[in-house]
Design a protein around this ligand. Structure first.
Ligand code: PMP
Length: 360
């Protein structure tokens, strides 16, 4: 009734009010290192900037609503048919479309917690009920996730590697989990950080989905491809799911500058993947240095590290901010720190070392 609708409406407003976007810290001497949003630390490649400039000259025209050129480029690159692809306004945009396509008010969305902070927000906006399954050892507890599925469940989100912990699930566990998921449930494998994975046990969703009509795979141009500011991501899934998601897109949600930049990024992929390799090397260096200083850092396959700081989280984030380093604190739990440029990483490591010495 209207009472319930009013309660729902207040709930959504509360969720939105509680959301805190990442802030950028500046040190007293004016330095600023943004390690709070898992972005690429590199400027766009000249070829990508050129494509952006060319597309800007057509800003008077609406973009191609079907993202035909980009969809074809994704299809070629990942060897999937075009009708298995849905492009959206970031992979967050695609996730929102998925929730709109398959969720109805009162349906349940199951996901691990802590995981990507957009999941509860998007579930609330779709009037779906969030079912959060605690991580076990900072990792997805796939058994518990499967057990949390009911007949009201429409969607299970599995973030691999997981944001903010960087941990992964391997192929045998994931396949065993997928075997347990009933066919009325769509599993969404969020692979926003797939390009940073070096552990050979981690499955490639784009292989797995071929045998699984109820598996959808999310990828993004925001991280490894360095286009976070342009908002473009995509989903690969069976044609029925992909078609439903394409139909729920806000008209022209992916603008043609973003489409052109994504096409140019795929064309320059070799160069971009060299940058990913450099980030992976820095990740190893950062984690080893933290471990050597006595920090407990879970193994990470993404472009960030996770420090479980508990009650010290906010204090630690403040110490980082004083040095101009922005990290992502989750008060009472821990801080997620992106792998940045070698210089930014050095500054962060120096802060972390000093903090540990002081607080021992
Ligand atoms: N999924 C996960 C797990 C993420 O961490 C992020 C970025 N923070 C996204 C999706 C969002 O990506 P996009 O910029 O494509 O919306």
């Amino acid at each position: 009734g209207s009472e319930q609708a009013a309660r729902y409406f207040r709930g959504v407003l509360d969720t939105i009010a509680a959301y805190q976007p990442g802030r950028t810290a500046v040190s007293p001497d004016g330095r600023s290192y943004k390690l709070s949003s898992n972005e690429s630390p590199y400027d766009p490649l000249p070829s990508v900037v050129e494509a952006i400039a060319a597309a800007a000259r057509e800003a008077n025209r609406y973009p191609d609503n079907g993202a035909t050129g980009l969809t074809a480029a994704i299809a070629r690159r990942f060897e999937v048919p075009t009708d298995h692809i849905a492009v959206g306004c970031g992979s967050v945009g695609v996730t929102q479309q998925l929730l709109e396509a398959v969720g109805e008010p009162g349906s349940e969305v199951v996901y691990a917690w802590r995981s990507f902070e957009a999941y509860p927000l998007l579930a609330d906006l779709a009037a779906a009920t969030s079912v959060r399954v605690p991580l076990h050892d900072e990792t997805h507890d796939l058994d518990a996730l499967a057990s949390a599925i009911t007949e009201r469940t429409r969607l299970v989100l599995v973030c691999n590697p997981n944001n903010p912990t960087g941990t992964v699930v391997g192929e045998p566990e994931l396949s065993a989990f997928l075997d347990r998921v009933p066919s009325h449930v769509l599993v969404v494998l969020d692979e926003a950080y797939r390009e940073y994975v070096r552990d050979p046990a981690v499955p490639d969703g784009l292989e797995l989905y071929r045998e699984r009509p109820n598996l959808a795979v999310l990828r993004t141009f925001s991280k490894a491809y360095g286009l976070a500011g342009l908002r473009v991501g995509f989903m690969v899934a069976h044609p029925q799911v992909a078609g439903a998601v394409r139909k729920t897109m806000l008209p022209f949600a992916v603008n043609h500058i973003a489409q052109a930049a994504a096409v140019a990024s795929l064309a320059a992929e070799d160069e971009l993947l060299k940058r990913v390799e450099a980030v992976v090397a820095e990740r190893t260096r950062v984690r080893e240095s933290l471990l050597a200083d006595g920090w407990a850092v879970p193994p990470t396959e993404a472009n960030f590290v996770w420090l479980r700081l508990g009650e010290r989280t906010v204090d630690f984030a403040a110490a980082c901010a004083e040095a101009g380093v922005s990290v992502r604190p989750f008060p009472g739990e821990g801080a997620r720190v992106s792998i940045g440029s070698p210089e930014a990483n050095d500054i962060f490591l120096a802060v972390a070392k000093g903090y540990r010495r002081r607080k021992q």
